[in-house]
Design a protein around this ligand. Sequence first.
Ligand code: ADP
Ligand code: MG
Length: 282
Amino acid sequence: MSQETVYAIASGKGGVGKTTTTVNLGTALAQAGKRVAIVDVDLGMANMAGFVSLDPSSTTLHDVLSGTATLEEASYKLAENIVAVPSGIELEEYAKTSPEGIRDVVETLRENFEYVLLDVGAGVSHETVLPLGLADSVLLVSTPEPASVHDSKKTLELTDRAGGRVGGLVITRTLPSGDVSYEKIASGLDIPLLGTIPEDPTVRESVYAGTPLVVHKPQSPAAVAYRKLAAKLAGITPPSTPSPGSDEEDTASDGDSETDAESRAASHDEVSSAITEAETDP
Ligand code: ADP
Ligand code: MG
């Protein structure tokens, strides 16, 4: 899997945990020292910005796709090793976008990051199908619910039509008392089971906090599961759970918003120059 760079995080049904997975898998990869970009290509129902305390009314992927901003202007450094490209939430802005531009965005990011995670919209529209073909590997996200599993089949089919490849299944919101075999769900879809993420109330808490769960509550069961998934993708041994109050965790979860905004603004420039250098480099 190490040759794969661009992952599409996709599902048939909405609300199954794609954005949660994109944000936490991306952050866990960054914590493991990989350079990561996470991109909200769910253009119509964008919500990544809120998950990571970015302002969706600032410059976003919508502006890039409507030709009024550059990719570097819509790229925000979240923490060491990780950049987010959010989408806006205004329907009017969405109407001006052309999804075809996603191709160039993905290619530019591919050249600059070790992992590019695309948070793909649910459903069957063009902007959903396009990223499935651009990614090296599609990670299907589903809950154990039959309706969600059933809709995953459609995404499998769409990936095929788009010329993409499904790398495996991530089952979210699993319950300890679950009487279904997760391996069976994956084999029923004829794809490998890459990981399971337990139902965990701290996921919602982290969304309200606007901080990835693996930073907000690194000890929580879902955070542990996301680190395990990241380690599997990166082909590394899962890191042990950081101990509470360790230095790393303290700085990561310190929520002083002014300082955060300042460091984000400063780091935005660093990212811009990294991308600009790469773009102008022959
Ligand atoms: P999607 O991007 O597929 O629409 P989200 O990542 O936005 O899905 O998640 C949908 C809802 O499910 C959110 O309210 C989120 O907090 C919740 N959720 C996702 N994963 C879990 C989990 N493992 N445990 C509990 N709640 C979860
Ligand atoms: Mg989402």
